[in-house]
Design a protein around this ligand. Structure first.
Ligand code: SAM
Length: 235
């Protein structure tokens, strides 16, 4: 398992992912690396020569990491202009020059291009009303992630993989079944658990009413979600 640590370094935040160092500019109202981001990061191995799509790049962290792990080409997309600007600046700061940043929703910015690996940490917080764009996954939390899964087979080369975390509040079994239905071969490769943050604590009664949501209480009585990391292969 790859070790990850982070610290403040002047005005920057510095992450060490194994032997890779990434520095990010904080405070740009952009999604900064979270438990889900780091769960993906610790499962990325050498990517020598690979072509990668980082869907919903946020700060650009996973795109920069992919570049530093040897990817030949990285396409990083987001619907947020602000996120893309921040990600571009972070990429420059880290000397990651082979990232192509593109604005647009889900697969729109890549047309019919295909990749060896698609990485996506989709917005998955379920809520009837909109939340800040980078966390809202629609009423059941699956709106974006289902589009990502359904479009994956036509954007992956044979033997290519989709790596995506799924939060237990949106129904892990349902997403697994969808991956199989679209012809991918999924397997769970890692997981983490985490206490609900402020937004989810506010939404807890709504979450309790969702038929597929699953969470547990830890020893301190805090509600916690599970996050399962899937690797889904295009055979
Ligand atoms: C949970 S954040 C993940 C950011 C980053 N990949 C990470 O793991 O730190 C989700 C990102 O997806 C972007 N996003 C939301 N809806 C999207 C869509 N329809 N198409 C592409 N990106 C989207 C958000 O702006 C946000 O940057």
């Amino acid at each position: 398992m790859i070790e990850i640590s982070s610290r403040k370094r002047g005005r920057l935040i510095e992450y060490e992912v194994g032997s890779v160092v990434i520095r990010l500019i904080p405070g740009r109202k952009v999604y900064m690396p979270s438990a889900a981001t780091l769960l993906i990061a610790r499962n990325l191995e050498e990517l020598d020569g690979a072509e990668i799509l980082d869907l919903g790049t946020g700060s650009g962290f996973l795109a920069i990491l992919s570049s530093k792990l040897g990817a030949d080409k990285v396409v990083a997309t987001d619907v947020s202009r602000r996120a893309l600007e921040a990600a571009r600046e972070n990429a420059r700061l880290n000397g990651a020059h082979n990232i192509d940043f593109r604005l647009g929703s889900v697969y729109e910015p890549v047309g019919s291009e295909t990749f060896d690996l698609i990485i996506c940490n989709p917005p998955m917080t379920p809520s009837r009303t909109p939340l800040p764009g980078y966390t809202w996954g629609g009423a059941d939390g699956r709106v974006i992630l289902e589009r990502v899964v359904k479009g994956a087979p036509e954007h992956l080369r044979k033997g290519g993989r989709l790596i995506m975390p799924v939060i237990s509040l949106v129904g892990v079994d349902r997403v697994y079944a969808l991956m199989r239905r679209v012809g991918l071969k999924p397997r769970a490769i890692d997981y983490v658990t985490h206490p609900f943050g402020r937004t989810l604590l506010r939404l807890i009664n709504y979450v309790k009413g969702l038929p597929d949501a699953d969470f547990f209480y830890d020893g301190l009585g805090r509600p916690c979600w599970r996050l399962v990391l899937f690797e889904a292969l295009r055979t």
